[in-house]
Write a protein that binds this ligand. Structure first.
Ligand code: NAD
Length: 374
């Protein structure tokens, strides 16, 4: 008999929907899983639509009170998909209720909040994981292996950009992600958190590869627009941020996050340059990782030197043996990153292991974001 892990998803917005569908897909995408995850309860504030919402996303139950959900002993995992300023309070309450927790990024709206969370969870025997879904692309898993095996040599520099065009329309109302009172900052906390995490993930958690210094320049492209209530609103958070970051080992690079970039969709790139090799990843070409081996023979003519386009596709079987969907030759996509993220987290719940990314990874991202805030 398989172990059942009961999950409550909190928030029925874009991520509530994404997590629910990713959890539902686990059993199709991974065979021989030793556990099943049940969509037990959807937590949503709207009493009138709650039953319909729960049915639509495949939940057995709904709750309109977070605390009521926490008091249900049947629920093993609380999956937090609410706006950023609610994470701290919700995480604390779920820790006190002795639940496993999966939290959308960022863990908190300040490093101080996340430090408090880290001390609260110390010694607790539960699984506390973050959703930094981009870590779970096969190409990123491969990039991490290449760095770990030392193929880049000493890291000299890096460049990562996450660009959206969503803020370029002045007629578009600001949402909560543009309001620093709810988001914690602007695009730094929204897209920038992914940028910091992906670099840290690929470089590994060696102390020498941690960011120790930053210089950041924020930008507001549109001083005013309509706010969440449709009334005239003064932009109160950066719409783009450009950061020069230094690692402890001396490597220097740039990190950029923007929502005011015309022509961008979900454009996320990461490049790392070392003494022995370089890596390039572009989320819009997620099936491939580009690797330059500087130790390859460069003669005659160019010899074997040059970027190799490594096909990563969904070839995850060596790291996740039960991965069957999409097939081994099928292209990977954004949603699959979330499905793989869920697999990674729930396997840790099942095996009683610390997940990666963990709350400590989440706190590191908040620490660097606080350094970047002006
Ligand atoms: N990893 C990713 O790919 C990714 C992408 C987008 C957003 N996010 C993160 O996910 C989180 C949610 O973002 P989103 O895009 O889904 O936002 P959203 O605005 O679409 O959804 C948030 C939902 O939370 C609900 N909510 C607010 N307070 C609540 C409460 N007390 N109880 C229950 N529900 C409540 C809102 O009604 C809304 O439905 C944020 O932390 C964001 O940073 C992550």
């Amino acid at each position: 008999m398989k172990k059942t892990i009961n999950v409550a998803v909190v928030g029925k917005g874009a991520m509530g929907r994404t997590h629910s569908s990713s959890i539902a897909m686990l059993k199709y995408c991974f065979k021989d899983m030793p556990f099943e995850v049940k969509l037990h309860t959807l937590v949503t504030r709207n009493e009138e639509t709650a039953r319909k919402d729960a049915d639509e996303l495949g939940f057995e139950n709904y709750a309109t009170s977070y605390e009521e959900m926490l008091s249900n002993p049947e629920i093993d995992v609380v999956d937090i998909c609410t706006p950023n300023n609610l994470h701290f309070d919700m995480v604390q309450k779920a820790v006190m209720a002795n639940k496993h927790i999966l939290c959308e990024k960022p863990l908190g709206i300040s490093y101080e909040e996340t430090e408090k969370i880290l001390s609260l969870i110390e010694g607790k025997n539960k699984c506390y994981g973050m959703v930094f879904n981009n870590r779970h692309y096969p190409a990123i898993i491969r990039a991490k292996q290449i760095v770990k095996e030392g193929h880049l040599g000493r890291i000299l520099s890096f460049r990562s950009c996450y660009r959206h065009s969503s803020g370029t329309d002045p007629e578009k109302n600001a949402g909560w992600k543009q309001n620093k009172d709810i988001c914690g900052a602007g695009v730094l906390f929204d897209l920038g958190s992914h940028v910091i995490d992906l670099l840290s993930c690929v470089l590994g958690d060696k102390e020498e590869n941690r960011i120790t210094k930053v210089k950041s320049v924020p930008q507001i492209g549109f001083e005013t627009r309509r706010g969440m209530n449709g009334e005239e609103w003064k932009t109160n958070a950066e719409e783009a941020i450009y950061v020069i970051a230094t690692l402890k080992c001396g490597a220097v690079g740039t990190l950029e996050a923007t929502k005011i970039c015309v022509g961008a969709n979900d454009d996320f790139t990461l490049e790392i340059f070392g003494t022995d090799g370089s890596l390039k990843f572009d989320i819009m070409q997620p099936n491939f990782l580009e690797f330059y081996d500087n130790t390859a023979v460069g003669k005659p003519v160019g010899g074997y030197k040059g970027y190799t386009r490594i096909e990563c596709i969904n070839r995850l079987n060596d790291v996740i043996p039960g991965s069957v969907l999409p097939g081994m030759r099928a292209p990977i996509g954004w949603l699959q990153g979330h499905v793989n993220s869920m697999y990674n987290y729930f396997m840790c719940v099942y095996e009683g292991k610390t997940p990666s990314p963990s709350f400590a990874d989440g706190a590191y991202v908040n620490k660097i974001m606080d350094m970047c805030k002006l």
